[in-house]
Design a protein around this ligand. Structure first.
Ligand code: 2HG
Ligand code: ZN
Length: 464
């Protein structure tokens, strides 16, 4: 049988223990974090290094086997799990988890695609350095996946998205060709920027195997505040005043119903005696203590209530109210997740109009990264028959307001059919040309990012 021949050839490359074909062994690679996207892998292959990834891809190319690259499988748009057809090989990069010695002179480090974000944070902290990107899934998300999706997270206001923090990548193309852009030179104008083409390409152009990351100095003085406000308008006004602080590192919002759900699911004590409409989690950091400049901004006009934390454990306690939204929503049901950017001026109107738009078809939870206007619209209790209409209507409204249908999670399979709302026909045509130049047989992550002409194998892809 064809599958057996490919499995045998792959086993010869990575060792039989790292080619998983039994259903029980494959299971954790076949369903996404939310349980919404689930499929069946032809097999799961777990190479140990770049040379093995190259050989695996060469063999899959020879066998015309489609490949889904996967890191920590924390993606939220169905881009890292196979379709139900049972034809796709899942290529797990988790074993590429080496961290080279930190280059303190140039503040860079080279890491394997499978390095988990919190391990990277720990490793570089011992050199007084930090990686600028941080996000709630830090204990599972891998650098390869973060690069493939250009993950944003909580500190974009200060350090930018993953793209801004990557100096170079090594990647393997669909046919096994290795591209090495790991030099990380600060000046190098020798043609097309292949690193930035691969960042955010969601495993459709090449498989990132290693990356050269930019690091920033660790900031010793830090203050976190959880601020209760009467409205989203007040929160946006506060964020615009906070922006004047060079020390601003994070400005995250959530709402009363989201906090109530987090308290219910987590058992955490309420942060304030009474509930308030909107909450903003703010963090400032610097070489000098930023507390006073933060308090100066918070004081005029004052929020309804403020809780302040200076020590690490207390700061993490405040952050938990925001960071535990995703798992609390998951504990309540399988959400329909939309991750959008809305221009800040339009954001209160968008949120106020949402109940009319949803017309009782969903229970919405809104939270996210307010400085960028990045709203995580999590919708529970959406009937299967309403999912497409609800998604389309919300994303059309976002596009009409000049926003983006995918702020930071990527397009994946979930949003590919809506790509035209954020990208012009000319842009999509260019993307298709790039795709067919690098992956002419269309074997890398088919159905992710670019809409399929006929999306037959994605039909019925939802878990429910
Ligand atoms: C976050 O900001 C993540 O915590 C997940 O981007 C958002 O669950 C979500 O919708
Ligand atoms: Zn987010």
């Amino acid at each position: 049988m064809e599958t057996d021949r490919l499995a045998q050839r792959l086993s010869a490359v990575v060792g039989p223990a790292h080619v998983l074909s039994a259903p029980a062994l494959r299971a954790s690679y076949e369903t996404d974090f939310t349980g919404r996207y689930t499929g069946r892998a032809r097999l799961v292959v777990r190479p140990a290094d770049t040379a093995q990834v190259a050989e695996v891809l060469r063999l899959c190319h020879q066998a015309a086997a489609p490949v889904v690259p996967q890191g920590g499988n924390t993606g939220l748009v169905g881009g890292s799990v196979p379709t139900p057809a049972g034809t796709q090989v899942v290529l797990s990069l988790r074993r590429l988890d080496g961290i080279d010695p930190v280059d303190t002179a140039v503040r860079q480090v080279t890491v394997g695609a499978g390095v988990v974000l919190s391990d990277l944070h720990r490793q570089v902290a011992s050199h007084g350095l930090e990686f600028g990107v941080d996000l709630a899934a830090r204990d599972s998300a891998t650098l390869g996946g973060m690069i493939a999706t250009n993950a944003g997270g909580e500190r974009v206001v200060r350090y930018g998205t993953t793209r801004a923090n990557v100096a170079g990548v090594e990647a393997v193309l669909a046919d096994g060709t290795v591209l090495d852009r790991l030099a990380g030179l600060p000046k190098d104008n020798t043609g097309y920027d292949l690193t930035n083409l691969l960042v955010g390409s969601e495993g459709t152009l090449g498989v990132v195997t290693r990356a050269r990351l930019r690091l920033v100095p660790q900031l010793p003085e830090r203050v976190t505040a959880l601020v209760a406000l009467d409205s989203l308008d007040s929160a946006i006004d506060l964020v615009s005043r906070l922006r004047t602080l060079d020390s601003l590192e994070l400005a995250e919002f959530f709402m009363a119903d989201g906090l109530a759900l987090v308290l219910d699911k987590s058992g955490l004590p309420a942060p304030f005696r009474t509930a308030h409409p909107v909450y903003l989690l703010v963090e400032c950091a610097g070489q000098r203590d930023p507390a006073q400049e933060l308090f100066d901004v918070l004081d005029k006009p004052g929020p309804l209530e403020t809780a302040v934390a200076l020590r690490g454990a207390d700061r993490r306690r405040l952050a938990a109210y925001r960071e535990r939204h995703t798992e609390s929503i998951n504990a309540e049901g399988v959400p329909l997740k939309l991750d959008v950017t809305v221009p800040l001026a339009e954001l209160p109107g968008f949120v106020a109009g949402l109940p009319v738009l949803l017309a009782g078809r969903a229970r919405p939870y809104l939270f996210g990264h307010l400085a960028e206007g990045n709203l995580h619209v999590n919708l529970l209790d959406v009937a299967a028959a309403d999912e497409e209409a609800v998604t389309g209507q919300v994303l059309e409204r976002v596009a009409a307001l000049g926003g983006s249908i995918s702020a930071e999670h990527g397009v994946g399979r979930a949003k590919s059919r809506y790509l035209h709302l954020s990208r012009s026909p000319a842009e999509i045509a260019v993307m298709r040309s790039v795709k067919s130049a690098l992956d002419p047989a269309g074997l890398l992550n088919p159905g992710t990012l670019l809409p399929r002409a006929v999306d037959a194998s994605a039909a019925g892809h939802h878990a429910r």
